[in-house]
Design a protein around this ligand. Structure first.
Ligand code: ZN
Length: 189
């Protein structure tokens, strides 16, 4: 999933029960949205290293173990500044990112899209398939060079259900954000 879906997903966590009762300030909201996207900072070093973008889920940075490390970093940096509900939202946003990234595989298991390989290796480091798939990407990197037009065609046709879900998440987040804004404005008026 792209940044729109991850950001929307993290925002929706903050608006869903039981967290909807917790009022977040701008810094707290930023931390939750950051947690929803932080794994994807790996595209920067992948790009600089000339690694095909399609392979970025296969590195350590997109594993549950990395998620735990990210959470511990958030925890030790911000535990005195934010409350437990915000830390729980950060943990959920980190977890949701991996679920959303693995949706193409989950959908392929139920026949919604053609068969594909897992994007997230939940049992890392105890799953030998990750190294084999990654090796294929690296050995044949010439076949996997990133092209935004080809990728968007793949995203909006082959894995259309993931694309549709991303749109649903983004539209829901924008609607809820707008309704809340109007509510606040009406209260002030
Ligand atoms: Zn990701």
């Amino acid at each position: 999933m792209l940044v729109f879906g991850h950001t929307a997903g993290a925002y929706l966590i903050t608006q869903a029960p039981p967290f909807s009762k917790t009022k977040l300030n701008c810094n707290e909201m930023f931390l939750v949205l950051l947690a929803g996207n932080i794994y994807d900072t790996d595209v920067v070093w992948n790009f600089l290293a000339g690694i095909p973008l399609g392979a970025h889920h296969l590195f350590f940075g997109h594993t549950p173990l990395a998620g735990i490390i990210y959470f511990l970093i958030f925890y030790f940096l911000f535990r005195k500044k934010v409350g437990k509900p915000v830390l729980a939202m950060i943990a959920l946003a980190l977890f949701l990112h991996l679920i959303l990234d693995d949706l193409s595989y989950i959908f392929s298991l139920v026949g919604l899209i053609p068969q594909t390989h897992p994007e997230i290796f939940w049992l890392f480091p105890f799953d030998g398939r990750r190294a084999l798939i990654l090796k294929d990407y690296l050995v044949n990197r010439g076949n996997y060079q990133f092209n935004i037009i080809d990728y968007m065609e793949y995203y909006t046709t082959t894995i259309l259900p993931v694309f549709l879900l991303e749109i649903i998440l983004a539209v829901s987040a924008v609607l809820i954000f707008t309704i809340k804004r109007l509510d606040v404005k009406n209260t002030v008026d």
